[in-house]
Design a protein around this ligand. Sequence first.
Ligand code: NAD
Ligand code: TYD
Length: 356
Amino acid sequence: MKNILITGGAGFIGSHLVRLMVNKYPDYNIINLDLLTYAGNLANLKDIEKRPNYTFVKGDICDLELMQALFAKYQIDGVIHLAAESHVDRSIKDPFAFARANVMGTLSLLQAARLYWSEGEKGKAGFAGKLFYHVSTDEVYGSLENDGTFFTEDTKYDPHSPYSASKASSDHFVRAYHDTYGMPVKISNCSNNYGSFQFPEKLIPLFINNIRHNKPLPVYGKGENVRDWLYVEDHASAIDLIFHKGKTGDTYNIGGFNEWKNIDLIKVLIKTVDKQLGRPEGTSVKLITYVTDRAGHDLRYAIDSGKLHRELGWEPSLQFEEGIEKTVRWYLENQEWLDNVTSGDYQKYYDAMYKG
Ligand code: NAD
Ligand code: TYD
């Protein structure tokens, strides 16, 4: 496999994956297709944009004709699909945008791949050596109680938010293309990611930025919801491994067995930012502001990534404390990036979310 289409490569996780693939596989041609929505930013890829094995194409995955032209032009033989609307709060405000990008977008990409790969080769034979890898989330499994259980690959889908419902639907379409047309597919479902280049509407970058600027930290509900956090470069390394070594037709859960109650994580962020800014410990605790809970707020996510460890030997590379130190440092040193991505209508969006 040589010509790899990565969708959503200008976003948070996509940019880390594109960087890894461009650096690690000089023989591959990496084609990054991204619509550059508010969440996509070419500045995330400045360091690799001139590499000979990298091409950026601006476009919408929902545009079937464009997708077909892209497969033909670049003779795509592998897809890693990340493009999506990705923020739960936005999905509550505008569910149709999520159905469009995540469901219809995934479907049009699948269809373009099927038409191109099976062209003239009659059915399944045309799929030899091809792969459609779909990047999904643990949120499709719904919500756990605080009872020590985990999501496994066999957990029944039970999405609650428009975001997770749209991702669940896209996962089902990917499996349908495998079962119906024989398309070689792989799916991974990962827990919450953190690290550099994440748009500051998600908890960690938003709170780091707010602590720095002495702005309120809007904690939903009582701050007792639990998330399972993974460093974004470890997600990218897992995708690389599954893409190359995973079993076709299989699903892999990705997570670091790293559960944190929101309020405890927020205290770690406060401590780390205060320390790195040279403020006395605990200075920013006063910024914690409890606000109305998110509608349908899932209580707990926790991933069992045992299969990925047993079958492919994957392990996260970083301890959480080290990952958070690095992440806080990156945001504090890259205020220009934050200012750049939060220009435009960000403030309008932020105010509409009743923050602070
Ligand atoms: P992100 O919002 O940072 O980036 C999404 C990217 O997709 C952006 O660059 C955006 O411009 C692009 N995009 C959106 N709609 C598009 C369209 N119609 N056509 C082409 N490009 C489009 O998201 P992320 O956090 O990097 O997530 C990437 C993928 O990983 C998503 O599929 C998400 O569901 C999944 N995921 C995310 C997490 C997480 O914690 N962030 C965890 C597990 C899985
Ligand atoms: P988020 O980063 O939006 O990821 P997800 O909803 O996909 O898990 O939120 C992580 C957790 O933090 C989630 O329980 C909601 C909570 N949260 C807040 O308490 N305040 C906020 O301003 C945000 C954005 C999230």
